[in-house]
Ligand binder design. Sequence first.
Ligand SMILES: NC(=O)c1ccc[n+]([C@@H]2O[C@H](COP(=O)([O-])OP(=O)(O)OC[C@H]3O[C@@H](n4cnc5c(N)ncnc54)[C@H](OP(=O)(O)O)[C@@H]3O)[C@@H](O)[C@H]2O)c1
Length: 221
Amino acid sequence: MKVILFGASGMVGQGVLRECLRSNEVGSVLSVVRRAGRQQHPKLREIVHGDFADFFEIEGELTGYDACFFCLGVSSLGMKERDYRWVTYEFALAAAGTLARLNPGMTFVYVSGAGTDSTGRGTTMWARVKGQTENAIFELPFKAAYAFRPAYIQPLDGIVPRTAWLRALYAVVAPLYPVWKALFPNYVTTTEQVGRAMIHVARDGAPGRVLENRDISAMGG
Ligand SMILES: NC(=O)c1ccc[n+]([C@@H]2O[C@H](COP(=O)([O-])OP(=O)(O)OC[C@H]3O[C@@H](n4cnc5c(N)ncnc54)[C@H](OP(=O)(O)O)[C@@H]3O)[C@@H](O)[C@H]2O)c1
């Protein structure tokens, strides 16, 4: 399977990249980033791109892929709706729209989050925007499209969040992972499980197009 990955420098994306590079199912990964990363691997190729609202310049590089794992995203904390929507909705739809046109046989996996509002009309800003993003992606002519809605993700394998305040938060909460897992098993998953579940749905599909946290954990093994 040939995979395109967005958000490879982030916490979720690092985990997904790691699982892709380890998996025999994945033959190659094209990572689209805004800043060059340090990682080198025979299966990995990176494109540094400046404008995530427009992929016209690199379209020639984006054909012939089986799956896209879209892990780019920001926390809505302290953001105005317009700015959050720009990164969340506009970037995802710019990438997805381009890829659906260039790769009609592609499976697209979008990372949203637990509590996403499928009506796209609720009062919680982030949930509404993520819901609108999911719905717009589902309209595109992919072979299949899925929304992953993880709740708490435990970073494994030395992975840390990209955002400074999230790094600080995880330094406190991550050591308590066994407690979270025991108390809230349906609301806890790991970067490994997210990555493995993405490869699984890209290969075999899933019963529904929205995968909640417990579905991700079950599929991720
Ligand atoms: N972490 C969790 O527990 C969790 C739980 C549920 C859902 N999620 C969702 O998962 C997604 C990823 O979260 P994360 O925890 O991996 O976040 P993260 O560690 O902060 O990583 C964010 C990723 O998005 C990229 N990105 C952010 N703003 C960008 C921009 N303006 N232009 C280009 N790239 C940009 C970052 O690239 P740079 O390195 O260039 O900044 C990085 O690769 C988000 O949609 C989040 O809502 C996360």
